[in-house]
Design a protein around this ligand. Structure first.
Ligand code: NDP
Length: 635
């Protein structure tokens, strides 16, 4: 059967076969085990290259009402919202030399944010900050972290260059005890875990990494002393260097154009190509920005979330590559003729699965969907739209890259959300440069690293420098990713608590771990605009702590019943993505080709915006439902 959709002619059966073939090439039995944990002999890969002056100090013995672990957007927002609520006795412990989290570490040339700055930057109305462009970059984001920390005086509460090693609850004292790599002993009534989902860099376990005699680093610890230049590029230290980069994910896509521009020779080792859509960045129109009325920021963030969950009722305010994906699906569904609809579901979710939804959400989504779409075979149409979109992306490689073989190698053959979509206007063109070579490993990856360079299919590529753009740990244990242990009542480890799957209340509370708050998408909201959900979690945290303070309470713990009910809600609302994930080429989105996600390990399946509304409703009730509360005798 041949289908024609929006000027793209393709044969769906052929594409399905091709996708299967490309996935099968990449499937490997070792899954996450193909990566090394960056510690011990590899710890030089995670040393901080940015800190100008190492803080010399003795151990701190102190206490605080709240200890926040992590000084990224989550930790900063928690601090800001606590400050707003009048809770000033908090400490933020951060291993980097300053606030910024992922933006502190990822300063590689070209580092920028794919989410529109007017929604990605939180607290924009509070700070009156005007981002320079629609899509911001790492320097401006770090600058903005400085603006937030100044506005909310966060440096007064910061313990920087310090890594938490353990946290344990003392029933006797009714406090959390926090240990660090500086020998600190800090007691906290409440603890907030905001350690970031993409925090631990990973290295492929390729034979010979430590044999290599040249220079090497991971993109999240960019060595500007070696490369010269800055995150704007102009890497003049590379003008006489042969450089290899391993990986072609979202990070590599952003730094490769700068490496291509600066290095004498650049060799890109690719295992799987990324999908590269248009970026279309533009300067902020200050008049437009300043004319926005109070409340615009929240409205815009919600509008974006709405589009992502199929609420197409208003104007598309962000109107970019992310929202376009969902608008296109809607249009296609609308234009398709009526047929039998087995399960009404909203468009986004249909990308992943047809087996979804239960309870109230099912009806809610059904109404919404039927209103906009009418009846139709959703899953099939969404697949057609996905094929068309990816054909468009593949045709871009043909249009931009002159060498047909290289263009072919750069074409992604998988469904769009198998991997993180990338948006860039210079990446593909970089392969037209004389000094840039793409080594397409055809899904295999490298064979070996030698003392001089990289070996692939019998050919040794001698280079002066190898850059690892190989990403971050995602599918590994919580403790391994966070880098510290968490021990609740009677020494119960969080790993034991979660050994059969995640168990939380609202993703934030965990029974047997009193007075602790977890930030992140687990059993909570999942959105491409991650700072939005961190902000919502911070607002929620501040509300709970303020309410407790006002009521003379100081011990909070999820009740058994509330926890069980929330796990059921997660399972009931979870999208069964297994068949979609199984069809995907491996990557961290599908646990490296081994989708084994227990339904309870998913985020809330009703969509981020609905999760935020649910939490708002919960706060509006005012009774801290589902939480066991006590006045703690020890305080
Ligand atoms: P990724 O995990 O996305 O990419 C790692 C890359 O390394 C992949 O191309 C992978 O290939 C490749 N790789 C791994 N092992 C080998 C090997 N043995 N041989 C050859 N290649 C190998 O990491 P990134 O740092 O690129 O991105 C991580 C995440 O960070 C993104 O998904 C995104 O969420 C976030 N990010 C966001 C940005 C933004 O704009 N907001 C910008 C940059 C990053 P394969 O695909 O075959 O596994």
């Amino acid at each position: 059967m041949s289908a024609n959709f929006e000027n793209f002619d393709f044969d769906p059966d052929q594409l399905r076969d091709k996708y299967r073939l490309e996935r099968d090439k990449r499937l490997r039995s070792d899954g996450n085990e193909q990566y090394k944990e960056v510690k011990g002999e590899f710890s030089y890969f995670v040393e901080d290259p940015y800190v100008e002056k190492k803080i010399e100090r003795g151990p701190i013995v102190d206490s605080a009402e709240v200890v926040i672990i992590g000084g990224g957007f989550g930790g900063m927002l928690a601090g800001a919202r606590l400050r707003e609520a009048g809770i000033d006795d908090f400490k933020i412990i951060e291993k980097g030399g300053d606030f910024g989290g992922t933006w502190y570490w990822n300063r590689y040339p070209g580092a920028s944010c794919d989410i529109e700055s007017y929604i990605y930057f939180p607290l924009l109305e509070e700070t009156n900050f005007i981002p320079q462009r629609k899509y911001t970059n790492a320097p401006e984001t770090l600058e903005y972290c400085g603006v937030i920390s100044e506005k909310f005086r966060l440096h007064e509460n910061a313990i920087l260059q310090t890594e938490v090693t353990d946290t344990s609850w003392s029933d006797e004292e009714g406090v959390w005890k926090v240990s660090t790599n500086r020998g600190d002993d800090i007691k906290a009534k409440y603890i907030v875990h905001s350690n970031g989902p993409l925090n631990r860099p990973k290295l492929p376990a390729i034979e010979g990494i430590n044999d290599y005699k040249g220079h090497t680093f991971h993109t999240s610890r960019w060595d500007y002393k070696y490369t010269g230049g800055s995150s704007k590029g102009a890497l003049d230290g590379l003008k006489d260097k042969r450089v290899a980069i391993i990986g072609t994910g979202a990070t590599a896509v952003q730094c490769i154009p700068h490496l291509g521009e600066s290095a004498k020779e650049l060799i890109v080792f690719q295992r799987t190509p990324s999908s590269i859509d248009f970026r279309n960045n533009k300067e902020t129109d200050e008049d437009w920005y300043k004319s926005q009325k109070s409340g615009w920021h929240e409205k815009r963030r919600e509008n974006f979330e709405g589009f992502l969950i199929g609420d197409f009722s208003g104007e598309d305010l962000v109107n970019d590559g992310w929202t376009e994906i969902f608008r296109t699906i809607l249009q296609a569904l609308r234009s398709g003729g009526p047929s039998k609809i087995r399960m009404a579901s909203w468009a986004v979710t249909s990308i992943f699965s047809k087996d979804l939804y239960t309870k109230g959400f099912k009806q809610y989504m059904a109404n919404k969907f039927m209103k906009h779409v009418g009846e139709g075979n959703i899953t099939n149409k969404v697949e057609m739209v996905d094929f068309a979109k990816m054909e468009q992306i593949r045709s871009r490689a043909d249009n931009v890259v002159s060498d047909p073989n290289t263009a072919e190698s750069l074409k992604p053959y998988y469904r769009q959300f198998c991997k993180r979509p990338c948006f860039h206007d210079e990446y593909l063109d970089t392969y037209n440069r004389e000094n840039v070579t793409l080594v397409d490993t055809n899904g295999k990856g490298l064979d070996k690293i030698t003392d001089k360079g990289i070996l692939f299919e019998g050919k040794e590529y001698e280079v002066d420098c190898i850059i690892f753009a190989t990403g971050f740990e995602v599918g590994t244990d919580y403790t391994r990713r966070s880098g510290y242990g968490i021990y609740g009542r009677n020494g119960l480890s969080i790993m034991d608590k979660w050994k059969d799957g995640l168990v939380t209340y609202h993703g934030m509370h965990c029974r047997d771990f009193p007075n602790s708050f977890f930030f992140g998408p687990a059993q909570s909201a999942f959105t491409a605009n991650y700072t939005h959900s961190l902000d919502e979690q911070s607002i929620h945290l501040a509300y709970i702590l303020k309410t407790m303070k006002d009521r003379g309470l100081s011990l909070v713990e999820a009740s058994q019943a509330a926890e069980e009910e929330w796990v059921d809600t997660i399972i009931d609302s979870s999208r069964d993505m297994r068949s979609f994930q199984e069809s995907c080429t491996p990557g961290y989105y599908n646990n490296e080709g081994q989708p084994n996600q227990a339904p309870q390990n998913n985020p809330f399946g009703g969509g981020s915006l609905n999760f935020f509304k649910l939490m708002q409703k919960w706060r509006d009730k005012g009774n801290l439902e589902g939480l066991e509360l006590k006045a703690n005798d020890f305080n």
